[in-house]
Design a protein around this ligand. Structure first.
Ligand code: ZN
Length: 236
């Protein structure tokens, strides 16, 4: 990398390369290609250079390949939405987890993204329900509580009966497990949620630190997830 940088700064290289680059910048690619590059580079983690490589790859390939990609984007967008209850990805109003009558409806595990839910489901170590926040609080990126599904989580818990003796519905949520990633922002989100959940009277726990600090729920292996759920602790 470093030798490339040096080469790029070599005066003779610069003299040779600059006019060609300027010309390309002035002319630009044909408008449809520029539009494609602009849309691709708007995707997370894709810079201008990667977007250009993708665009050229598509232009070079068979028309059917590009058509299939376009169709899969269109279909996914049209056919998949968020579960009305937990915000997991779903082709119907309720996702497969929420619709499963065998799940324990008294425990709700809160995760950041559908991919975290999927990782825990694959491990097969949790039999309750989920709530997907669709992100985490990030003051630096301007992500506040209203940008997440926190209001929906609170309304899922429902109004608690004033007197426990009056009885709760059989499927009342009794415990919320905070399964956020052990990152600075995940921890901040967990603390915020614990505060918001405290008045509801629901038991609030968080996953044990079986997860490596700074690690991600989606990358944890089966044993780590099982330990994290088994060893969960009450939030202070
Ligand atoms: Zn659901």
């Amino acid at each position: 990398m470093r030798s490339d940088d040096r080469a790029a700064y070599h005066p003779s290289m610069a003299r040779r390369a600059a006019p060609a680059r300027d010309r390309a910048d002035n002319l630009g690619y044909p408008a449809p290609v520029e539009r494609l590059i602009a849309h691709l580079s708007a995707l997370p983690g894709i810079g201008r250079r990667s977007a250009e490589r993708m665009a050229f790859h598509l232009l070079k390939g068979a028309p059917e390949d590009a058509e299939r990609l376009a169709a899969s984007i269109r279909d996914a967008k049209a056919q998949v939405g968020h579960c009305a209850t937990c915000f997991n990805l779903s082709e119907s109003r309720q996702c497969a987890v929420c619709a499963d009558p065998r799940r324990d409806r008294s425990v709700v595990l809160v995760v950041e993204q559908p991919r975290d839910l999927l990782a825990i489901e694959r491990a097969g170590v949790f039999r309750g329900l989920y709530h997907v926040l669709l992100g985490r609080l990030s003051p630096l990126e301007g992500v506040g509580p209203d940008d997440l599904t926190i209001a929906a989580l609170l309304s899922r818990l429902g109004p608690r009966p004033a007197q426990p003796a009056a009885g709760e519905p059989a499927d009342a949520v009794r415990e919320v497990i905070l399964g956020l990633n052990p990152t600075l922002e995940g921890d901040g989100t967990a603390l915020y949620l614990a505060e918001r959940l405290a008045p509801t009277g629901v038991r609030v726990t968080r996953l044990a630190r079986g997860l490596p600090s700074g690690g991600q729920v989606e990358h944890a292996n089966l044993a780590m997830l099982a330990d994290a759920i088994e060893g969960r602790r009450t939030m202070e």
